[in-house]
Design a protein around this ligand. Structure first.
Ligand code: ADP
Length: 674
């Protein structure tokens, strides 16, 4: 791809890399950082002494960019060029250029802390500030200082934040690849529209009717809105008078699209045809779509945020930052002067948008990350003073420590336990790794593997949750298992077992409207988890599920294992209220997401904050399993857990678990609508 801006700087880039262990490269999105840097290093011979790794925060980018590079080099994907994402490794002995998610590289560094297999590690898309890339930045800093062989680290960013990264690496060289961005004219709306789907539709049609050729990229917030807008656009475009304007192709683009649908955006349109690409922020910097001349920016993005005070997640539609808005606009000026239509007034941009996006580390639950860092056993530093580009809050570190303590991953002094070490080896969130380990002790590993795999699917595989699904369903799933009154985890298990009994028949999934791709993924994940468990947990055996399935079951062992794995996610039934209250976090009234009642105690997979907070995926557990956890909670001493490392935190300070409200204490009243 000789015409990509970055290629003209090959000599300079290689020279700088030769002379420095760490180099930061700033270049506009689409300048060729992701696809070309690895190939330059390959040409220079860096793949002779090891693999060139390129990390990506998003799975879809790792897959799509590696596919492109394989194509450019004329090799088969999975051979000289491959990718590795969680639960999917398409690399081989011959792989020289490897695209992998930042999470996969973190995991690899557990078994090989020096990362000796790599001659170069490129941390791509550092501007996205994903939690895992932030941790990798800290690890690379240590590694470059210590590793005997000459590892090269390149960090790429599409924004000027690169300067901050260069400072972090003791003012390492920073190369800027001038993008050949054409001017983009920006148009603001007079006011915020009441519906940005409608407003995008109108703007898109205006462009189609009035403006010369050029593709239109529309930024929406999520799959639902994208699907809505795609349908509406198709409908409207079809009703336009034939010959009144050029043909149109309308393409959705988001992370949960099947790969064959994702790559469609890379094929150029036929002549005299305009493409409308309706995308999430995945098209902001991760994937570059060529041919775009018009951008419509809703100004919003869907962001998952975690509140360490309440233990709740929320999936909020929030305003983008100025940096994001400018990235979006920039997509219009790659091939010629473009136009960007912002569906918000300039006042909102100037006064309300944050300058930069809040890094993920400051809006995530850190239990998995803290466990990971503890398991690295880094000498000479207190893990909680790890060298972060932007540190997380004390509150979220405390929250992580409390969660880890309750599930026995760390002891009362904050040191990692042997259970914690085993947990860190599983590519799962701490609650599920803990469940697997416990299930192995109780002889119900097979069932627990299924539950963990079902919960690792990206889509919800429970048939009776979404009301909109219900409407679409052709066959009401009356004869599908219902969890036998024990809740979602058990239902997920039963569904998979039923599919197993039906010889993993695809038609069976279709009949029950279960996403086939999701179910096949679960089967593969289950197999991989089972192999990992056999390696790491002595005496583990994945007994075939059918052996334990005869007759009526109360799933006691599995539920007990889940109770221990989810010890920090417990709720107690409120006898005088219709719902449960959370234990462990600030006491809150919450409902299971199907409004069911599952006995006196439940554990939940996560708490979702909406106007009526609810527990996603619950499992009924028994009082005698809960009591020891409550005892542990009462004795909890946060200050000791953090080894004094969190500064002022004292035992019993506000918000800490040791101040657990007394039974049936004050209940937060919440509106009844969800
Ligand atoms: P950057 O990392 O600087 O944003 P990339 O290397 O991702 O830039 O993109 C460079 C070019 O390669 C763009 O024109 C983009 O459209 C193209 N490209 C990237 N991935 C693919 C793909 N899977 N198929 C086709 N073209 C691609």
């Amino acid at each position: 791809m000789a015409n990509l801006p970055i290629v003209q700087f090959e000599k300079k880039i290689i020279e700088t890399v030769e002379q420095n262990p760490v180099v930061v490269i700033i270049g506009e999105t689409g300048s060729g950082k992701s696809t070309q840097l690895s190939q330059m290093l390959h040409r220079k011979g860096y793949t002779d002494s090891g693999i060139v790794a390129v990390t990506q925060p998003r799975r879809v980018a790792a897959v799509s960019v590696s596919r492109r590079v394989a194509q450019e080099l004329g090799v088969r994907l999975g051979e000289e060029v491959g990718y590795a994402i969680r639960f999917e490794d398409r690399t081989s002995e011959r792989t020289q250029i490897k695209y992998l998610t930042d999470g996969v590289l973190l995991r690899e560094s557990l078994s090989n802390p020096e990362l000796n297999q790599y001659s170069v590690i490129i941390l791509d898309e550092a501007h996205e500030r994903s939690l895992n890339t932030d941790i990798l930045l800290g690890l690379m800093k240590r590694l470059v200082g210590s590793r005997a062989s000459n590892l090269k680290v390149l960090i790429t960013s599409a924004t000027l934040d690169g300067e901050k990264v260069s400072k972090f690496f003791s003012d390492c060289p920073l190369l800027t690849v001038p993008g050949k961005l054409f001017p983009v004219e920006i148009f603001y709306s007079k006011e915020r529209p009441t519906s940005y789907v409608e407003s995008s539709l109108k703007t898109a049609l205006d462009i189609h009717v009035r403006e010369p050729e050029g593709d239109v990229l529309i930024f929406m917030t999520g799959q639902d809105d994208i699907e809505k807008l795609v349908l509406k656009l198709e409908d409207k475009v079809r009703s336009l008078e034939e010959g009144s304007c050029m043909d149109a192709i309308i393409l959705p683009l988001h992370g949960s699209l099947p790969p064959e649908m994702q790559v469609r955006v890379f094929s150029p349109p036929p002549p005299n045809c305009r493409r409308f690409i309706v995308a999430t922020n995945i098209a902001e910097t991760s994937l570059t779509v060529d041919g775009v001349v018009y951008v419509i920016d809703s100004g919003y993005v869907k962001q998952r945020q975690y509140n360490p005070a309440t233990g709740m997640y929320s999936l909020d539609v929030v305003q983008v930052s100025k940096v994001q808005a400018n990235q979006r606009a920039g997509r219009a000026g790659r091939t010629r002067p473009g136009k960007c239509y912002r569906l918000y007034p300039s006042r909102v941009y100037n006064d309300e948008f944050l300058d930069v996006t809040v890094p993920e580390i400051q809006r995530s639950s850190l239990a998995g990350t803290v466990l990971y860092l503890k398991s690295l056993d880094l000498p000479d530093i207190d893990i909680l003073k790890f060298d972060f580009l932007d540190p997380p809050s004390t509150e979220s570190l405390e929250d992580a420590l409390k969660q880890l303590y309750l599930i026995d991953a760390i002891d009362e002094n904050g040191s990692i336990t042997s259970v914690g070490r085993t947990m860190a080896e599983l590519p799962l969130e701490p609650s599920l790794s803990r469940t697997l380990i416990e299930a192995n002790e109780y002889g119900c590993l097979s069932q627990a593997l299924t539950v963990a795999a079902m919960l690792s699917a990206e889509t919800n595989l429970l048939p009776n949750r979404s009301k909109s699904n219900e409407k679409k369903r052709k066959h009401p799933p009356l004869d599908l298992p219902d969890g036998s009154g024990f809740g979602d985890h058990i239902q997920l298990l039963q569904i998979f077992e039923c599919w197993d009994e039906n010889d993993y028949d695809i038609g069976w999934c279709k009949y029950y409207d279960l996403q086939v791709r999701g179910m096949l993924f679960v089967k593969e994940v289950r197999k991989q988890l089972s192999q990992i468990m056999q390696k790491i947990a002595k005496g583990s055996s994945d007994v075939q599920a059918n052996q334990s399935r005869k007759g009526h079951q109360n799933y006691r062992n599995l539920r007990k294992a889940l109770c221990i794995g989810y010890a920090s996610q417990l709720a107690e039934r409120m006898r005088h209220h219709n719902g449960y209250r959370t234990l462990g976090f600030k006491s809150q009234l919450v409902q299971p997401d199907d409004d069911g009642l599952y006995g006196s105690y439940v554990v939940y997979h996560e708490l979702i904050s909406t106007s009526r907070p609810y527990m996603r995926n619950v499992c009924a557990v028994e009082r005698q399993w809960v009591m020891p956890i409550l005892d542990k909670l009462e004795k909890l001493n946060v200050s000791k857990l953090s080894g004094g490392g969190l500064g002022q935190v004292e035992e019993g300070t506000e918000g800490s678990m040791s101040e657990l409200p007394k039974r049936e204490a004050e209940v937060v009243t919440v509106p009844q609508e969800r």
